[in-house]
Design a protein around this ligand. Structure first.
Ligand code: Q9C
Ligand code: ZN
Length: 342
């Protein structure tokens, strides 16, 4: 299995995120991707290659142009204020108190285009997020050209980013961009399986009214877990997408065995959808030792996830999402990928 990786991810290194009334050091850090790269190499999974040059039009198939322009220019606008630290939002447009009109001032734009304050924008953020998306697109190209599988070692992650919003360490929705690329290049039907600990609210919202992209997510129950406002079991899609969205909210403390039972149900739904190709949003923050999560998975559970996904018998692109137990995420990712490869 080919891994697609760019060291440009290092250009994004936020200092702090807002959490419970305090600015705390970012959990989403460059060492995460380095660790995954090391363990993927050690596992002998296959070659590591650089991404193709980015096709910006592929981003615009998923994200609004005004949002892309905001991301591209936000750092310069922030710096023009004389600020030297990271840009962070502090004011948000809530339901009933908003119009769909982007503000002129960068402080307003930061809130208008975000869902929380876990998304610092730094000098290198645009280059890092576009190289992350390029990794996903290059992996998708490999799949279209016939590869049985590929691993896009994306950083920053993507599944909390909506068509027009950043949040939860995510700016561009790499998995959604890859899935749309697959649709645009020969796949009639695509399924996205999201095994990150957090609900893939961005991915769900992007495809919610579409019947050609199935979205299934296993995650901490949003009643008690970030991202809080989407991810319930009764969110089944709308319009043409009715029935093409499936959520499996699970309680804090969920064991590997209970997780794998829910995974079987998600995989049965995906098999019934009969996708041509599959994208896996691969977060390993379900690990028992993850510092911000509350599931109880261990190494062998991750290998089993890979084996069961392989049981779908479809060409599969793995896209890196979350996982914050830095010393262990590489091994856990390698378990999934070697489990898949058999
Ligand atoms: N400081 C992904 O896993 N809230 N994003 C963290 C603890 C945001 C997670 C609270 C969690 C976002 C891609
Ligand atoms: Zn997560």
């Amino acid at each position: 299995m080919l891994t697609i990786y760019s060291e440009d991810h290092r250009l994004h290194h936020g200092a702090a995120e807002l959490y419970r009334g305090r600015l705390v050091p970012c959990f989403e850090m460059p060492a995460r991707a380095e660790q995954v790269l090391d363990r993927v190499k050690a596992a002998g999974l296959g070659a590591v290659v650089a991404p193709d040059p980015l096709d910006r039009a592929a981003l615009a198939r998923v994200h609004a142009e005004d949002y892309l322009a905001f991301l591209e220019t936000a750092w310069d606008e922030w710096q023009a204020l004389g600020e030297t630290g990271d840009a962070l939002p502090y004011a948000w447009p809530a339901t009933g108190l908003r119009r769909d009109v982007p503000p002129e001032h960068i402080d307003g734009k930061l809130g208008f285009y975000s869902i929380d304050a876990a998304v610092p924008i730094t000098a290198g953020t645009w280059r890092a997020i576009t190289s992350s998306a390029a990794c996903a697109l290059t992996g998708a190209r490999q799949i279209v050209e016939g590869a049985a599988s590929a691993f896009a070692l994306c950083r920053p992650p993507g599944h909390h980013a909506g068509a027009r919003a950043m949040g939860g360490f995510c700016y561009l929705n790499n998995a959604a961009i890859a899935a749309q690329y697959l649709r645009d290049n020969g796949a009639g039907r695509v399924a996205i399986l999201d095994v990150d600990y957090h609900h893939g609210n961005g991915t769900q919202s992007i495809f919610y009214d579409r019947g050609d992209v199935f979205f299934a997510s296993l995650h901490g129950d949003p009643a008690v877990e970030y991202p809080f406002f989407l991810g319930h079991a009764d969110e089944r899609g709308e319009g043409d997408g009715l029935g093409a969205n499936r959520n499996f909210p699970l309680p804090w403390g969920t064991s590997g065995a209970d997780y794998l039972s829910a995974l079987d149900a998600a995989l049965a739904d995906i098999a019934a959808f009969a996708p041509d190709m599959v994208v896996v949003s691969l977060g390993v923050d379900t690990f028992a030792e993850d510092p911000i999560s509350h599931f109880k998975l261990h190494g062998p559970d991750f290998a089993e996830i890979g084996r069961r996904v392989a049981g779908l018998g479809r060409r599969t692109l793995f896209v890196m999402e979350g996982g914050y137990a830095v010393a262990d995420i590489g091994a856990n990712v390698a378990h999934v990928l070697t489990g898949f490869a058999g």
